[in-house]
Design a protein around this ligand. Sequence first.
Ligand SMILES: *Cc1c(COP(=O)(O)O)cnc(C)c1O
Length: 392
Amino acid sequence: MQFEEAHRIKNLPPYLFARIEKLIEEKRKAGVDIISLGIGDPDKPTPKHIIEELQQQAENPANHQYPSSVGMPAYRKAVAGWYQSRFGVELDPATEVVSLIGSKEGIGHISWCYLNQGDTVLVPDPGYPVYAGGAILAGAEPYYMPLYPEKGFLPDLAAIPTEVARRAKMMFINYPNNPTGAVAGEEFFNEVISFAREYNILVCHDAAYSEMSYDGYMPPSFLQFPGAKDVGIEFHSVSKTYNMTGWRIGWAAGHPGVVEALGRLKSNLDSGQFQAVQYAAIKGLTGPQDVVEQMRKVYQERRDILVDALNDMGWKLEKPRATFYVWAPVPAGHTSESFAELVLDKAGVVITPGTGYGKNGEGFFRIALTVEKHRLVEALERMKKNIGTVKF
Ligand SMILES: *Cc1c(COP(=O)(O)O)cnc(C)c1O
């Protein structure tokens, strides 16, 4: 039998990596040692004290039953405590924090709480695909805010047509930014807050990379700026901070009405995250933070190796101050896809074509710093040897 898919799933953007994945498969079959710089997933293990907490809590039968869909009070309290110590932000754990099964879950679901069929939502392009994906599944229409290098990859709010701004119900932003590695400061966040007030727009800030920063720079939280809690929420998780992407635990924090609505939606769809995992995340947030500093050092060293090597080949890149990505233009005469194919073909190295993150990703590629140093060095040596100097 054949089943007609619903419009909402048919309307999802097409999967862009099909062609390059076929090429990777062919290369692998031919025995090529492929080095993937494509995947943004920490390669180091979760710190031991966090794993041990999971092991202990898994033994406790009290944790074997259904958890609450909004998270244990102790978990929400740990999140609030972390915001206080890291950003000086006050949060009421009972009303201003909700647990998520990874922040991706909440980013996908928030659209169901605030968007009706045909509603407009402001989405960065390039951007993490879940912002548009969740909105499209909810029947809404993304209006893409282009991120340009000359604007520091920040959306130009003044360039959004007034009728679009009036119509828009929600806006997604993400700093430190995946895929561009850009960061945002006080001026930008204040501008977002006044724009949101003027047009009655719910701001959803994704702060997944706030702890992955370099050269002593510490990114701010959206919630630390005056009025932020009135206009929005922040998504975050332990995934990138503590190498816990597989554990699936995050949160949304901020505007109490929005936090409550998201919790209400979740209580109709899921039953929260395993309490033992919540305890493990508490351990991460409240335990020793030197593990995070060690990861910053690891990524910073890889970042320096990568950017220096690319600049040796002809690029003129600045070192990103945060995230574990380097976002770089493709050489003259190439599209994102043709350059990714060339690098794969000549060097056996996987890089991500920028178009995977939206139309405005054309002309760029993304490299993730989530491989061991010796593999990164080898990938760069192969690129240098087989591609050589590039021109723009
Ligand atoms: C990795 C990532 C997340 C985190 O997702 P989790 O579901 O919390 O693991 C969120 N936003 C962006 C932009 C990311 O790259």
